[in-house]
Design a protein around this ligand. Structure first.
Ligand SMILES: [Zn+2]
Ligand SMILES: [Zn+2]
Length: 213
């Protein structure tokens, strides 16, 4: 497996380039900003990009999508419930005093438990709403990793004060879908450093019994 993490843009969002060495096929997950830097990283991996996948459609995760679609002419996929928020990207940006360029469109949907094959890699979608509508995590069981989007971070969890957010729903997503994964699973989040499921199960203050919530 090839896995590159690039931290991009003013929100320090983690974009991932993930692919299968053998077949040379790859995907870009959450290209939030800095399209030129992402495509340079892709070039260095030698991967051929077949798809762009979105964990959710907050502006900090989608800013470079349109430019990369121009470059790779590849489809963009996300959960169906993320589509409305994607269309509202300019409004989301405006509320943060920013401008959003071209709004990308989705070419297809990823359902809960759907497996996206990337060469020999199998990315299984875990529907994990609560931070944003239609939020997905992507689990690669064979490699013992999960891309957790903005649901779970090292020592924290996603914010729930944006439209469609709910702490109750988020905690259920984390407990039932993410903490169901083995402790050794490495967690690559939408922001901040990597961690593991075991580390978060043990030490994340939001997940401890009798914790903050
Ligand atoms: Zn987000
Ligand atoms: Zn984010």
């Amino acid at each position: 497996m090839i896995l590159e993490m690039l931290t991009v843009g003013p929100f320090q969002e983690n974009c991932y380039v993930i692919g299968d060495e053998e077949s040379g096929v790859g995907v870009i997950v959450d290209p939030g900003d800095e399209a030129a830097r992402i495509s340079l990283a892709v070039e260095q991996t030698g991967l051929e990009i077949g798809r762009i996948l979105l964990t959710h459609a907050h502006v900090d995760h989608i800013g470079a999508v349109a430019a990369l679609v121009d470059e790779y002419a590849c489809p963009v996929l996300a959960h169906r419930e993320a589509e409305l928020m994607l269309q509202q990207a300019p409004t989301q940006a405006m509320m943060m005093g920013m401008r959003f360029g071209r709004v990308p469109s989705l070419d297809g949907y990823i359902e809960d438990e759907e497996v996206v094959a990337v060469g020999g890699l199998r990315l299984r979608a875990l529907f994990t709403p609560g931070h944003a509508p239609g939020h997905l995590a992507l689990h690669v069981e064979d490699e013992e990793i999960v891309l957790s989007g903005d649901a779970l971070f090292a020592g924290s969890v996603g914010r729930v004060d944006l439209p469609g957010g709910s702490m109750e729903v988020l905690m259920r997503s984390i407990e039932e879908r993410l903490l169901a994964l083995p402790d050794e699973t490495r967690v690559y989040s939408g922001h901040g450093p990597p961690t593991t499921i075991g580390e978060e199960r043990e030490h994340n203050p939001f997940l401890k019994e009798g914790g903050l919530f």
